[in-house]
Design a protein around this ligand. Structure first.
Ligand code: WQD
Length: 345
């Protein structure tokens, strides 16, 4: 769909944000980026310019800064917002919950207040499978009951969904991500290694690159086939493309919404699981990486990590049918692209 509509992308220089900026441009939208560079670097803008053929509009700022947001809305009149800007590490949120509640919840409220004042009533929201807590069954559907989050990070996403659903003036596509991994096939953008990685794949690739001595597998005694936790890993490019499909849907005036009992979706607040529908254990991911790259991963099996759920992966029927989207890239491609990116870092 070519539309040249301005789309504000908060956290647009981040891992998922930067890949989504690319896909928005390819779909004919005009991305406008705001990012506080807390978890990204300005060099990502140079990489985006080389990939996009022009330098996208970038404003350095925080969604908690209403004055910056107001100026941005008055200048660019975005017709929708994709809200990525948030902290996202489960383990880190256990150590620093207040930072997570302030950035992820207060930041959302600040953004919504400016959107309402500026007459922008469409949002794609970056939610998470962590809202399911330890799911009662897998694969999880949008109607799967959400249990108490296993981490403050997951709690901030649960609160955000309640806030968005209650603000019925705003039309929301709420995307519950699973585990984003990989990088753009050119390896010009990827998951930036800022500090010690919390997530599995960047820690794994840094270990293979010799930056880390060894990977610790957090727990080998879970009630799974090989004792390690299971997750639904999704290529960041597939995830980015899902955001464009959600933006497209927001501009369809008549959206019919048939939902299962228990699905919190309404005609103003639509929830979708964005995963591949396949779960892999940590040991399976390590084996897939070694097979895809020919590299050896130096790992040990250690203690469990606080905040981890045992197993979660997506039932993707709803997003396949309603958004017409499905993941196209397999685990081997995710591992190859993650490794190519690491080698350029
Ligand atoms: C994955 C598995 C760890 C590091 C992520 C994001 C969160 C959300 C959901 C979007 C777990 C194990 C990890 C390591 C390990 N995504 N692990 N050694 O916790 O599932 O959450 O996806 O909202 O934003 O953080 O991802 O990569 O940290 O862990 O064994 O050094 O790998 O125990 O089983 P997680 P993760």
């Amino acid at each position: 769909m070519t539309s040249n509509r301005n789309i504000l992308v908060t956290g647009g220089l981040g891992f998922i944000g930067s890949h989504t900026v690319l896909c928005l441009k390819d779909a004919g939208y005009t991305p406008i980026i705001i990012d506080n560079l807390h978890n990204s670097r300005i060099e990502v803008l140079d990489a985006l310019e080389s990939l996009m053929g022009y330098r996208p509009v970038f404003v350095q700022g925080d969604v908690n800064d209403a004055a910056v947001l107001q100026g941005l809305f008055e200048m660019y009149r975005p017709e929708a917002v994709i809200h990525f800007a948030a902290h996202k590490a489960v383990g880190e949120s256990v150590e620093n919950p207040l930072m997570y509640y302030h950035n992820n919840v207060v930041g959302l409220i600040s953004l919504l207040e400016v959107m309402k004042a500026q007459g922008c009533h469409k949002m794609v929201f970056s939610s998470s499978c962590t809202v399911y807590g330890e799911p009662e069954s897998v694969p999880v559907k949008e109607s799967t009951v959400t249990r108490p989050a296993a981490s403050p990070y997951g709690a901030t996403k649960q609160m955000a969904e309640v806030i968005l659903k209650d603000n019925t003036w705003c039309e929301v596509q709420c995307l519950r991500y699973f585990n984003p991994v990989g990088a753009h096939p050119t390896a010009k953008i990827g998951e930036l290694p800022l500090g010690v990685p919390n997530n599995l794949i960047p820690f794994l690739t840094q270990t293979v690159a010799g930056i880390r001595e060894k990977l610790t597998v957090y727990g080998g005694d879970y009630n799974t086939a090989d004792g390690t936790c299971i997750r639904d890993y999704i290529h960041v490019m597939d995830l980015a493309e899902a955001h464009v499909a959600a933006i497209d849907r927001l501009f369809i005036t008549q959206r019919s919404v048939a939902v299962e009992d228990g699905d919190p979706s309404t005609d103003k607040f639509e929830v979708f699981n964005i995963g591949t529908g396949v779960g892999y254990s940590v040991l399976e991911v390590i084996a897939a990486f070694e097979s895809a790259t020919g590299e050896k991963v130096n790992y040990v099996v250690g203690n469990r990590r606080a905040g981890d759920v045992v197993a979660v992966w997506a039932d993707t029927k709803k997003v396949n049918q309603v958004l017409g989207w499905s993941a196209k890239r397999d685990l081997s491609t995710m591992m190859k692209d993650a490794w190519n990116w690491q080698q350029r870092c």
